[in-house]
Design a protein around this ligand. Sequence first.
Ligand code: AMP
Length: 192
Amino acid sequence: MRLVLLGPPGSGKGTQAARLKEYLQVPHISTGDLLRAEVAAGSPLGLQAKEIMARGDFVSDEILLGMLEDRFARPDTANGFILDGYPRNLVQADALGVLLDKIRQPMDFAVQLEVPTDLLVERIAGRAKAEGRDDDSPEVVRNRLDKYTSQTAPVIDYYRQHGQLTVVDGVGSLDDVFSRLIEALSPAKEVG
Ligand code: AMP
C-alpha cells in the first residue's frame, strides 16, 4: 500500500501514520521526523533546517526532494509506504509524482484527514505541553497553519482533480479515526 497522508498540523497525521504502519506493515516516512533527526544529529542539513523549522517556515523543496530520494532508495519501501508531511506545496506534489514514476511505485491513495481549525489549535496546545516541540508555540503555530492554508491546501485540490483523493473525518477518538481510515483504504474502495 502506497499512501500519502495529508492534513494540517494537529490533524493527527503522525499518530495515525504510526498505527497504520503496524497495520499495513509498511514504513512510515515523516519528513518532519527526518528533518528533526538531522537537526538532532547536527548535520549540515540539520543546521540549515533548524531555524527555518523553529519559525514554522518550509525547508527548501530541493532539500526535501533529496532527502526523500535517499529515503526511497532504502529497500524497506519496496512493499509500500506511508508518506506524512510531504507534499506540502504544488512543486513538491509534482516532484513526488515524478519520483514515484521513476521508482515505479505509483501512489494508491492520497488521504486527507479533515479537522476544523479551532480543534487543531486546541490539539497543538495539548501537544506542546506533552512533547515540548519548539515549533508548537502560539505564534509559530499560527504561521504553520497559515502556510498550510496558502500552500498545502492547493495540494488537496490537486489530488482531488486527479481523482486520487480520499477524505476522512479526523474528529473523534484515535480509535474512531483509525477505523475510518481502515475503512477508507479497504480493497473495495481501492477498486472504486
Ligand atoms: P511536521 O512534523 O510534518 O509538522 O514538520 C515539522 C517542520 O518540518 C515543518 O514545520 C517544516 O518546517 C519542516 N517540514 C516538514 N516537511 C516539510 C516539507 N515537505 N516541506 C518543507 N518543510 C517541511
